[in-house]
Write a protein that binds this ligand. Structure first.
Ligand SMILES: *Cc1c(COP(=O)(O)O)cnc(C)c1O
Length: 397
């Protein structure tokens, strides 16, 4: 008989059966939510013994997490192919924790120019104040180019693939070769790839997820994770989580566990819907090009096909250069089924004009026209296409 905790089971089977330790309480399928701050001990000796194990999943105090956190930690670590995972309150906190854990005053950090905006704010803000210098690099840099940017004090090469808003796919194994040869760590924001990109197989040391997106999946939870693949990195990351007082509520962890049960089918359907919509958009005369790594027209499609086992449903649309940013805004405003909002990965479709949000200091992304970011939800694609058609039809010919 199959062991339902077997790690070789298929992805959907694992999402259905794993992370249910303590389940069947009173016969129910799902485990309860364990909320708590104080943990009571039978005697002082056992309290002392527990304190020595606070890097493990031992109950010491609420901030160290309880059973609900631990079930989610184990599931995310397994999804990403790592050994240990720390759950934190937001995706941005998951970006912050390893940056502050691996960098100190006098160190140098490399960040892709396509990085998630709030990560750039952190690098340009608090990190600069702490004496950590950041250089932004072309996300499509080759090995020689990256080697030239490495300094003796470069301790972190940060990556995010595909890039926020502009969707460049990075050559993570090549970046990891250069970084590791120079003794630097590779951090990756793997939110877009989720289970479709296996970070540790490709040379990443620390993987960051905004679980807020597809994992939780219903636009009602903020959560992040930091996953590593060896004990040394775990002690650095978990040490920072403890020192920084990072925490997420058990209720949100529970909602994310619930989201994961249906993630395989949601993500699969949304990726499929996204491709249907993207291919239709690609045929429209108002559209210059799509920024979708799974389309053969994407400049780094070969890298995507080599390293990813699938896509999600977040991508960009670039309008013809004859259109203005105001035209792009008018298209977004005219949409009825696409909400105007930021946090993708829910079940509902979203649209945002992205050109004004693209900050570049290393080079022009040369998109060729004003851009709109679409997140395609679980609606019927014929309705989404009809909505997009009526919005594009309003553009001047
Ligand atoms: C949304 C997002 C984050 C931050 O997640 P929050 O939970 O909203 O803080 C980080 N990285 C990427 C790529 C994101 O899209």
């Amino acid at each position: 008989m199959a062991d339902r905790h077997d790690k070789s089971l298929g992805f959907s089977t694992r999402m259905s059966h794993h992370g249910r330790a303590g389940a069947k309480v009173h016969g129910f399928v799902n485990p309860p939510v364990h909320r708590g701050s104080t943990v009571l001990f039978p005697d002082c000796g056992s309290r002392k013994a527990a304190a020595k194990q606070r890097y493990e999943q031992v109950l010491t105090y609420g901030t160290a997490g309880g059973p609900t956190h631990h079930m989610l930690e184990d599931m995310i670590a397994e999804i990403e192919g790592g050994t240990r995972c720390a759950i934190v309150g937001t995706g941005l906190a998951a970006v912050m924790v390893p940056l502050l854990a691996y960098l100190k005053s006098g160190d140098h950090c490399l960040m892709p120019d396509s990085v998630y905006g709030p990560a750039r704010n952190l690098a340009d803000g608090l990190m600069t104040g702490f004496g950590i210098e950041t250089t932004y690099y072309d996300p499509c840099v080759d090995e020689a180019g990256l080697r030239a940017l490495m300094r003796p004090n470069t301790k972190v090469v940060y990556t995010e693939s595909p890039g926020s808003h502009t969707f460049e796919v990075q050559d993570i194994p090549a970046i990891a070769r250069v970084a590791h040869a120079a003794g630097a760590k590779v951090l990756m924001d793997n939110t877009w790839g989720f289970h479709n990109f296996q970070p540790f197989v490709h040379g990443v040391d620390v993987s960051i997820q905004a679980l807020t997106k597809y994992a939780a999946g219903h636009s009602d939870v903020l959560l992040g994770s930091v996953t590593v693949n060896n004990p040394e990195d775990w002690s650095i990351v978990k040490g920072a989580v403890i020192q920084l007082g990072q925490f997420a509520s058990a209720d949100d962890c529970w909602l994310c566990l619930r989201g994961l049960r249906t993630l395989p089918v949601r993500l699969k359907q949304q990726a499929e819907n996204g491709l249907v919509v993207a291919r239709w958009l690609e045929s429209r005369p108002e559209v210059l090009r799509l920024l979708h790594p799974a389309l053969p027209s994407h400049p780094q499609h070969a890298l995507f096909a080599r390293d990813f086992s699938g896509a999600c449903s977040l991508f960009g649309v670039v309008l013809q250069p004859r259109y203005s940013e105001a035209d792009a805004e008018a298209v977004v405003d005219a949409l009825a089924l696409f909400g105007i909002g930021a946090s993708w990965g829910g079940y509902e479709s979203l649209a945002l004009p992205t050109t004004p949000s693209i900050t570049r200091t290393a080079g022009d992304p040369a998109l060729g026209g004003p851009a709109i970011r679409l997140h395609v939800g679980l609606e019927d694609t014929q309705d989404l296409i009809a909505d997009l058609a009526q919005a594009l039809d309003r553009l001047p010919r």
